[in-house]
Design a protein around this ligand. Structure first.
Ligand code: FES
Ligand code: FES
Length: 175
């Protein structure tokens, strides 16, 4: 049995160590935001953060996550609250700037790819708080094993949302 930390909580895992993290999250731990798109690390729908770095959970065994912190979009607001040292009361009312920006810019169309897109945006903004358009495009196309793909063509809205999230973060979290 493995113990992994998902969105700040320690979770026991009974699946075999070689099981893809995506299957463990969805089928065993009921964390359903990462999606199964291609299963081949080619689309980004399954992306999660592992110690702050985007990984493709469809090809990553759950044993890779032992002793590390897995973050999905269910954990983004708590991640931001911890980074900003918010009180429990404040934290309960707070969204991550990426979540706020995605809502404000109405980014999702069908929504299938958007969990992975928000994870990528979070990774980018934690390492580069004020990315320009070329840096945003590069992060979503060049920095992973493959580009993040959206069948609905939400790419322009994603760039706008990342820029908007950056301005929220620069103000400390308020719009
Ligand atoms: S499902 Fe993992 S990259 Fe497509
Ligand atoms: S919003 Fe539909 S696949 Fe991206």
């Amino acid at each position: 049995m493995l113990t992994i930390t998902v969105n700040g909580k320690k979770r026991e895992v009974h699946s075999p160590d070689s099981t893809p993290l995506l299957y463990v999250l969805r089928d065993e731990l009921d964390v359903n935001s990462p999606q199964f798109g291609c299963g081949l690390a080619q689309c980004g729908a399954c992306s999660v953060l592992l110690d702050g770095q985007e990984i493709r959970s469809c090809i990553s065994s759950v044993s890779m996550a032992a002793g590390k912190e897995v973050t999905t979009i269910e954990g983004l607001s708590a991640r931001w609250a911890k980074q900003k040292s918010l009180s429990p009361d404040q934290a309960a009312k707070t969204l991550h700037p990426v979540q706020e920006a995605w809502i404000e810019q109405q980014v999702p169309l069908c929504g299938f790819c958007q969990s992975g897109m928000m994870i990528k945006a979070t990774e980018l903004l934690e390492s580069k708080p004020n990315p320009n358009v070329d840096e945003i495009k590069s992060a979503f196309t060049d920095s992973g094993p493959s580009a993040h793909l959206c069948r609905c063509g939400s790419y322009v809205a994603i760039i706008e949302a990342v820029r908007y999230a950056s301005t929220i973060m620069a103000k400390g979290g308020s719009k």
